[in-house]
Structures are given as structure tokens and as C-alpha cells.
Design a protein around this ligand. Sequence first.
Ligand code: NA7
Length: 293
Amino acid sequence: MTQPQIAFLGTGLMGGPMAANLLKAGFSVTAWNRTAAKAQALGPLGARAAASPGAAAADADIVITMVSDGPAAADLLFSQGVADTMKRGAVLVDMSSIKPAEARDHAERLRARGLDHLDAPVSGGTRGAEAASLAIMAGGDADVFERLLPVLSAMGRPVRVGPHGAGQLSKLTNQAIVAATIGIVAEAMLFAGKGGADPAAIRAALKGGFADSIVLQQHGERMTTGNFAPGAASRTQLKDIENVLSEAQSLGLALPLVEHMRSRYARFIDELDGAGKDHSGIYLELLDLNGMA
Ligand code: NA7
């Protein structure tokens, strides 16, 4: 596909830098965001701002959505005019993290209107979004994925993981691992620090070993320096955990570690004002649990 017109809907913490990278790669982008200032901020990079999601989608070959959750994505697509105004043969790429069942439903409803769909959620946080190094997990038809590769590659590293919904399943797998890893990294940082070691030195020592991870290095540092400004908000982490458990229930599976992290994040959000704090903020909940808040 040469010089496709792209509409980018949802330019929040993640969508903003992702749209910026499309512009930097030379793509033509029309941006829309519910809070208009966030889309207008892309103007200096060459984005056109649209007055409504439908207006943004009308001329687009590719419509990218990056909003909070499944209901927000469905609202944009089917209540705010996006599916109605998209050109026949255009592709909707939903990069939001939503339930696999919702992604399959959206794909089906779009197909009935002659529109293609990819679910392509991401991992890597705002740092990965800014560096165009996101893990992009795509579900949908192989030929649609191939056509979209140049666009997706401007935001990160796309891999097709299966049919519609598989991208979301992959993202939920990722989020289950992230949630449980953040939980144990918090315990390790607290344990090491309280025991008299330097947690930063321990992170350096563990580099390259079996316990190493981006969560250990990045979120471990956030915990010991007390930086909980959201790269990924705890409310978003809890949404993903709820989606993992809802999918697991429909598969007849018990996932005890994920269940445990659900109750921890719910307590952090409901009792400790954690909703807008970074998901590494579960460290604060652990401090509270230990009477050290
Ligand atoms: P943010 O920064 O909270 O962004 C959420 C975006 O979704 C933001 O642009 C919101 O607009 C938008 N939003 C939320 N609800 C709606 C509705 N109903 N209609 C239109 N737009 C809406 O979160 P992230 O960027 O970290 O996350 C985005 C996705 O990536 C999410 O699925 C994560 O799990 C992963 P606003 O600016 O609030 O007006």
C-alpha cells in the first residue's frame, strides 16, 4: 500500500507517541481525540486534527483506534460513526487492549460492512511507544497483516499471532505475566532493601540471569526511587487482569496468581487511591500491607 491515509483515534498516553512516530515516518495522519487538545498537540508534526471520529475516518485507508477498553472501542466504531463513514475495503486496526471476544465481535460486524479488521494491541509502555519499539501482537487475516506491515513497523515490532482475537489473547498473556512479575519484583525490592542491601546494586547484579526482566529493571527502579507517574496506569492493569479472568472463565480455567493480583490491584485502587498511579505502584500497596506506608 503506497501513501495510505491514516486516521488515528485516541491520542492518549500511548496513542500520542504512536501517532507521532507514524508522522515522523512520513505517513499522512488525521488525528482525533475525545479531549481535543491531545490531538491538536500533534499539529506541529504535521497531523490534521478532525472535529469528530467519523470525519477523521471518512477519507482513511487505515483507521487506528487506541482507546481505554472494549466498550470505548465499540462506542467509537458503532455509535460515533466510524464504521458508517469508513470506505469499503478500508482496514480498522484496533490497538486498544480489549477482550478477545469483543475483538472477534467487532471484526464480524465490520466484515458485514465490507471492512477489514486487525486486533493489534501492544506492550512496551510509553517508553516503547516513544521509541517505536512496541511489541505489536496482531490477530486477523494474513494478507491484511502483510498489507499493514509498513505502517505497524513504524510503531514497533509487529508479529501476527493468529486469527481475529488472537492479538488480544496474546496481550492478555503478556499482562498476566507482567502483573505477577510486578508483584514479585515489589516483594524482592522491599525484602532486599529492608535486609540492608542496595536494591539498585542487586538489580545490576541480576542482569542477564534467570530473574532478570524489563519489569525488574524498569519497575524495580521506579519502586526504589518512588516514581509512580503513570507509564501504564494501575486502573488499566486491573482492566487487563479482569479481561484475563473473564477469558479464563470462559475456557474453564483457574488462574490463582492472576486472581491474587486482581485482589491486590483492586485494594490499591479502591483503598489507597492508586487508580492513576503506575502499575509498579503495587509496591505502595505492599508497603501498606507491611505497615510501612
Ligand atoms: P490513556 O492515556 O488513559 O488513553 C485512553 C484514551 O482513550 C484517551 O485518548 C481517551 O480520551 C480515550 N477514550 C476513553 N474512553 C473513550 C470513549 N468512550 N470514546 C472515545 N475515546 C475514549 O491510556 P493509554 O494510552 O495508556 O491506553 C490506551 C490503550 O492502550 C488501553 O487499551 C491500554 O490498555 C493500552 P481522553 O483523552 O480521555 O478524552
